[in-house]
Design a protein around this ligand. Structure first.
Ligand SMILES: [Zn+2]
Length: 173
């Protein structure tokens, strides 16, 4: 996928909401394949360099979260594991494992859509993106397309349970 939105001077013209929309489309597609619908996109200088969905069920891999897969792809695509100049967009607040991967990638910025009160490690249970005891801090932004992301998860879990509609995103992480 080539998805570049910048002007002649290289300024990024896409908004957080635009990138989150892309992550949400990827998430939605994964939902139709029996995965908890979570999608991630990595943007470097206005260019999408990686995108991935949660593949835990398909791969039977406990580490196959969208963020991990997208960070790996970004490292390969950019030829560097250091992602200081990248933003990771993800539809649900990352879990401790994924925040660990983002720290190890020296990620510049994390943007997530909705919180995960049961497993979120960016703001909810931990604030691993800016913990002074760790050797890396990143910018953390939340809320772009929050309602859309949250209702995508609610509908998915309601479908699994036959429709009581309550959100339990803890199952997602
Ligand atoms: Zn995770």
């Amino acid at each position: 996928m080539q998805w570049v939105v910048h002007d002649a001077a290289g300024r990024d013209l896409a908004s957080d909401a635009d990138y989150m929309d892309l992550a949400l489309r990827i998430a939605q597609d994964a939902g139709t394949k029996g995965e908890v619908p979570i999608g991630a996109v990595v943007v470097h200088e206005g260019e999408v360099v990686a995108f991935a969905a949660n593949r835990r069920e398909r791969d039977q891999d406990p580490t196959a979260h969208a963020e991990i897969l997208a960070l790996r792809q970004a490292g390969q695509r950019l030829g560097s594991w250091r992602l200081n100049d990248c933003t990771l967009y993800v539809t649900l607040e990352p879990c401790p494992m994924c925040m660990g991967a983002a720290i190890n990638a020296r990620l510049g910025r994390l943007a997530f859509a909705c919180r995960d009160p049961k497993a979120g490690a960016a703001v909810s249970l931990y604030a691993l993106g800016h913990d002074d005891r760790l050797n890396h801090r990143m910018i953390v932004s939340e809320g772009a397309r929050r309602e859309v992301a949250s209702s995508l998860l609610s509908r998915f879990f309601a479908g699994l349970r036959g429709g009581d509609g309550s959100l339990d995103p803890g199952q997602a992480a």
